[in-house]
Design a protein around this ligand. Structure first.
Ligand code: AGP
Length: 609
């Protein structure tokens, strides 16, 4: 979704803004623009399309530029045109603003402003903010911003510059992320941490409705009543090249290759020395609280939702707690049965997904305790949940989530062990055997990733296909759903995932001669059934790629192609089995010449409903 960058200080302003926008590209955008304060004027440059076009259009000044703000826009109100691109300005040109989010009452505001003679230049909701600010301008950035914010309904992160203020600009946020970086040569703002890592690791995370005045020397934070607020900076330990491609052709490939490390980092320090239990430094329930939980409700979107489906199987099977899973976009509209004895678990890589955040708030309103499994420190979801467990995946830049999903599954296993040992539904010997197998997963992942040339060859053969189907039972069905989503989102090949036994109730009609069916057959108790399902589709002309655990010869015998993954416990297999599907989707997208890291129509962080 949209991205904001800003800076003030002795850094080269225009190049710094352009570099920041480039780091935010992965969020998805269709136009970009910057506003700089230069020799007493605000100079605006905007372009539709890629940042490369903006880079060519921007004039780089060596002297006289003191600060700037910049934006990538992902069109919501109004198409991606030059007029709709940010920054937007007031009619007298004294104010320029950039904005992420949606102003819900912009129609009323626009009418009111037009009746006062204001002329609008765009179709956006954002432009109302610039005109409001000009109308309410009192000579001071924070007080004007407070008056503007009082009029707005919706979600926003805003940065605003004024012609009379060459040394400072003002920012604010509500339901939309904004971080401030404190550097040695000035101060930076951005929509996320990754955009600032090359400048500083000292970040200040703004709270809801904070108003911050940003100068080269630092930042002063106010609340809406203009009281000064103390916000302690935090040190971010993500390393700067985590947000770089480091020689890989795409972020997605780099991020898949990081999966073994991600699992190691996520389990490290959580498995206890005697290897019979798991503890989290950021989350603990008393025995009383744990016993009080009579249901777990998991809610998330997309890939994170698929991780939630695996969690349902695990928590019910091991901890014997009933679990419901629901899309976050449905959760709050279905009047969910959630109360103070429900533990609601929200799962999110970005920590900013609007639907997941709204579900979290709804769960809290219904008095449930909310635990977030989240990757991004300081994100809205991490901050608003009652408890949080971090997935130590590091920044994920490719729109298609890969390593974050693997990290989510890892935390879910840790939680399953934690719950079941605490509730005594799992004895020490079982926990030890489980943990010992779990600790082998990073090495086994390395082995799966080594087979990428095979997935590349298969992708080469099937990338031109019209449809690809994924089938599986139990955990394998969950993985099939994730494999299918991955393929759709980056290669644009139509794909469906089906519970293998359900296929014959309708969807099998779509199987034609030569259609590829990826059959996940990793669950030892389901092999016979899957052999039957493979025969069914083969009888209709399908070509079958079987994915099975080493030693599972039956699958090799009935499939046209077979990929073997290392043998582990059935419950742990999903972490390994998803990787060949991620690789397959990746290589299909490469083969078809798609923009792998930034697929069409998608955004990394979906901050609108
Ligand atoms: C995954 O490949 C997708 N791009 C998408 O489904 C994503 O998982 C979903 O939007 C949820 O995002 P979150 O984890 O940041 O909340």
């Amino acid at each position: 979704m949209c991205g904001i960058v800003g800076c003030v200080g002795s850094m080269a302003i225009e190049p710094t803004l352009l570099e920041g926008l480039q780091k935010l590209e992965y969020r998805g955008y269709d136009s970009a623009g910057i506003a700089v304060h230069h020799d007493g004027e605000i100079l605006i440059t905007k372009e539709v399309g890629r940042i490369a076009a903006l880079r060519e259009a921007v004039q780089i000044h060596n002297k006289g530029t003191t600060l700037g703000i910049a934006h990538t826009r992902w069109a919501t109100h109004g198409s991606p045109t030059h007029a709709n691109a940010h920054p937007h300005t007031s009619n007298d040109g004294s104010i320029a603003i950039v904005h992420n989010g949606i102003i819900e009452n912009y129609r009323e505001l626009r009418k009111e402003l037009e009746s006062k003679g204001v002329v609008f230049a765009s179709e956006t909701d954002t432009e109302t903010i610039a005109h409001l600010a000009a109308l309410l301008w009192d000579g001071h950035l924070p007080s004007t911003m407070a008056k503007v914010v009082a009029k707005l309904k919706g979600s926003f992160a805003i940065a605003m510059v004024h012609r009379d203020k060459p040394d400072s600009f003002v920012v604010t946020r509500k339901d939309s992320p904004l971080v401030i970086g404190l550097g040695h040569n000035g101060t930076y703002v951005a929509s996320d941490i990754t955009a600032l890592l090359s400048h500083t690791r000292t970040m200040l995370l703004l709270e809801e409705l904070d108003i911050a005045v940003v100068t080269a020397a630092g930042v002063t934070v106010f609340d809406q009543d203009l009281n000064t607020m103390e916000r302690k900076p935090v040190k971010i330990n993500w390393n700067a090249n985590a947000a770089e491609r480091s020689g890989y052709e795409h972020f997605m490939l780099k991020e898949m290759m990081e999966e073994p490390k991600v699992v190691r980092d996520t389990i490290r320090a959580r498995i206890q020395i005697d290897k019979t239990s798991v503890e989290f430094e950021e989350f603990s329930l008393t025995d009383e609280e744990l016993k009080h939980i009579n249901k777990i409700f998991i809610t998330a979107c997309g890939t994170a939702y698929h991780a939630g489906m695996v969690a349902k199987y695990l928590f019910e099977h091991l901890a014997k707690i009933p679990v419901e899973v629901e899309f976050a976009s449905e959760f709050r509209y279905r009047n969910p049965l959630v109360d103070e004895s429900t533990l609601v678990i929200v799962i999110s890589q970005s920590g900013e997904t609007a639907d997941t955040l709204a579900a979290l708030r709804e769960a809290k309103r219904r008095k449930a305790r909310v635990l977030a499994i989240v990757n991004t420190l300081g994100s809205s979801i991490a901050r608003e949940a009652d408890d949080r467990i971090f997935t130590w995946a590091g920044p994920e830049i490719a729109v298609a989530s890969t390593k974050a999903y693997v990290a989510q599954l890892t935390v879910i296993h840790l939680l399953a062990i934690h719950f079941s040992t605490r509730l005594k539904t799992m004895d020490e010997a079982t926990a030890r055997a489980y943990i010992e197998q779990f600790e082998l997963i990073p090495e086994q992942l390395e082995h799966v990733l080594e087979q990428r040339t095979e997935m590349k060859a298969l992708a080469k053969r099937f990338a031109k296909g019209k449809d690809i189907f994924f089938i599986g039972r139990g955990f394998d069905y969950n993985i099939a759903l994730e494999g299918s989503l991955k393929l759709k989102e980056i290669s644009y090949i139509h794909s469906e995932a089906y519970a293998a036994g359900e296929l014959k109730h309708g969807t099998i009609a779509l199987i034609e001669h030569g259609t590829l069916v990826a059959a996940l057959c990793t669950q030892s108790t389901m092999i016979e059934k899957m052999v039957g399902n493979i025969r069914e589709v083969k009888a209709r002309g399908a070509l079958v790629l079987g994915i099975a655990c080493e030693g599972s010869t039956q699958i090799g015998e009935v499939s046209d192609f077979t990929l073997y993954i290392p043998k582990t416990m059935d419950i742990l297999v999903p972490i390994l089995a998803v990787v060949p599907l991620q690789l397959f989707a990746y290589y299909c997208a490469v083969e078809r010449g798609c923009d792998v890291d930034k697929p069409r129509n998608l955004a990394k962080s979906v901050t609108v409903e």
